[in-house]
Design a protein around this ligand. Structure first.
Ligand code: SF4
Length: 333
């Protein structure tokens, strides 16, 4: 059995229902190995499958322009829930829910949660279907459980790399968070967004760990970047070209505020933010990233110069205090 539900029957039926002749399949990195298998599934409907080989880290990155360039009449976007309100090309989202059982790893997490009674529960879209089971397990262990639904995301308890509103909405009433999902980043995001102890339960690696020390290190590193930003004379404000990362108005607002503070500032449009791309601009002392905040927080050690988020840039220009930034968070603005 596959680790993720690829919803093969649903995609075949949708292709037939919509009469799609040419289909662009977009896959996150972990699902790219399924490209040949999914192409065969699409071919069975009589449609032509084309797989996007470009990186895809979120539903912000819908390949609408590529689909239009290729004359595609349907995008099948795997691994994320819908984010954009309007799609230029008809799009089916396949959230790729994990088929793994999470009970073992939650059982392992219980001793690490021992010192807290009120627990907030968060996860990514791949595991939202497990939250009822996890809640029951925590209740049986004598915990009080809260699952946030701030209404911005598709599911209660869901977090995405740049939106922790569900966790923040319940943070005041809980003592710690339990995050269900793979990797460290989303759990770190919960800890950074809420300043609460956060335990990650990873059902893929069957591992349970605290992310608090790492979150503290990141906070110190962000403070150092802001101080470097304050000393910087020349800035570039990055404008994302991916549909859900395009924040031109915010970029213009930051540019104006930096210039009011006497900093020289230019705008750079960018699809993928990488150290190699930014190294092409050696006269720039610091960058402001209005595109994907995850790149600033998760990958900061790869960059030689400060790569500030919008809220951090507001601290540099004196519009936000460090304390307000810590309350507001690094991700949402
Ligand atoms: S964290 Fe970045 S890649 Fe993920 S959804 Fe947000 S903008 Fe997109």
């Amino acid at each position: 059995m596959k680790q993720f539900d690829l919803e093969e029957e649903r995609i075949k039926q949708e292709i037939i229902k919509l009469g799609a002749k040419r289909v662009l399949i977009q896959l996150p990195e972990g699902l790219k190995p399924e490209a040949p298998y999914l192409s065969k599934i699409v071919e069975k409907t009589g449609a032509l499958p084309i797989v996007s080989a470009d990186p895809c880290y979120g539903a912000c990155d819908l390949a609408s322009a590529d689909a239009e360039a290729l004359g595609v009449d349907l995008i099948i976007h795997y691994g994320h829930s819908k984010m954009l309100k309007y799609e230029r090309v008809p799009t089916i989202y396949v959230e790729a829910r994990a088929t793994l059982n999470v009970e073992d790893v939650v059982e392992k997490a219980l001793p690490m949660l021992e010192k807290w009674r009120k627990i907030g529960l968060t996860t990514t879209v791949q595991h939202v279907q497990t939250l009822d089971i996890v809640r029951e397990m925590l209740l049986r262990a004598g915990k009080i459980v809260a699952i946030g639904d701030a209404g911005r995301l598709n599911y209660a308890g869901q977090v995405v790399g740049c939106d922790y509103s569900n966790a923040k909405s319940i943070a005041e009433g809980v003592e710690a968070f339990l995050f269900i999902g793979g990797g460290r980043f989303h759990a770190l995001g919960v800890a950074l967004a809420t300043s609460k102890p956060t335990i990650a339960a990873d059902p893929y690696e069957k591992r349970v760990f605290s992310v608090n020390e790492e979150a503290e290190k990141i906070v110190k590193q962000r403070w150092a970047s802001i101080q470097e930003g304050e000393r910087a004379k020349s800035f570039a404000v990055l404008v994302g070209l991916k549909p859900g990362q395009r924040k031109l108005e915010e970029a213009l607002m930051i540019k104006e505020k930096l210039e009011d503070k006497g900093k020289t500032t230019c705008l750079l449009a960018v699809k993928e933010i990488s150290p190699e791309i930014l190294m092409e601009f050696p006269s720039v002392d610091a960058f402001v990233n209005t595109a994907c905040p995850r790149v600033s927080i998760d990958d900061s050690s790869r960059f030689k110069k400060p790569l500030l988020t919008i809220n951090e840039a507001l601290v540099v220009v004196g519009e936000l205090s460090w304390e307000e930034l810590c309350r507001k968070g690094w991700f949402e603005n």
